[in-house]
Design a binder for this molecule. Structure first.
Ligand code: THU
Length: 159
């Protein structure tokens, strides 16, 4: 059997190495954590999307006593954007999270379900989405959802 190499490369940088627009988006994600409803995990996640018309849409995780019913910050933001401005593609998403001690040192990455939803957005608009993952020690910069979901199931896969 031969092996197939699916290795990826992502960027790691400090906030001030990013453009002003991207720093602003990360600050949007940081700020969105204050809208989290997370009494069960005490883990507040914020997401901020930049749409192609320059609009910023934010989301925060929303939990429920029936745990699986809750929704991640990323999908809260994506579905809000899709429900209000479906004609606009998503160019960038920034994500930040804090626990009881403060913002996480290491960036958090979107869960598998959110990656799948993000993938659908890339597929819908045929444009890569840049992903900025904030941590107090630095930011991960990812150029496409495909980089963090290397084997992709999309509509085309069913043909
Ligand atoms: N969470 C997010 O909002 N985004 C992620 O990428 C990972 C996890 C939320 C779900 C739940 O409310 C809490 O974080 C703990 O898992």
């Amino acid at each position: 059997m031969k092996t197939i190499d699916l290795s990826i490369k992502i960027g790691f940088c400090q906030l001030d190495e990013l453009s002003e627009q991207e720093q602003k988006l990360i600050n949007g994600a940081i700020s969105a954590t204050s809208k989290s409803y997370s009494p069960y995990s005490n883990f507040a996640v914020g997401a901020a999307l930049l749409l192609s018309n320059g609009t910023e849409i934010r989301g925060a995780n929303q939990e429920n006593a029936a745990f699986p019913v809750g929704l991640c910050a990323e999908r809260s933001a994506i579905f809000a954007a899709q429900s209000t401005q479906p004609d606009q593609s998503i160019t960038t998403i920034a994500i930040a999270a804090r626990n009881g001690y403060g913002f996480t040192k290491n960036p958090i990455v979107p869960c598998g379900s959110c990656r799948q939803v993000l993938l659908e957005m890339e597929d819908r608009y045929k444009k890569p989405i840049r992903i900025l993952l904030y941590g107090t020690e630095g930011v991960y910069v990812i150029n496409s959802v495909k980089d963090i979901l290397p084997l992709q199931f999309v509509g085309e896969s069913m043909k």
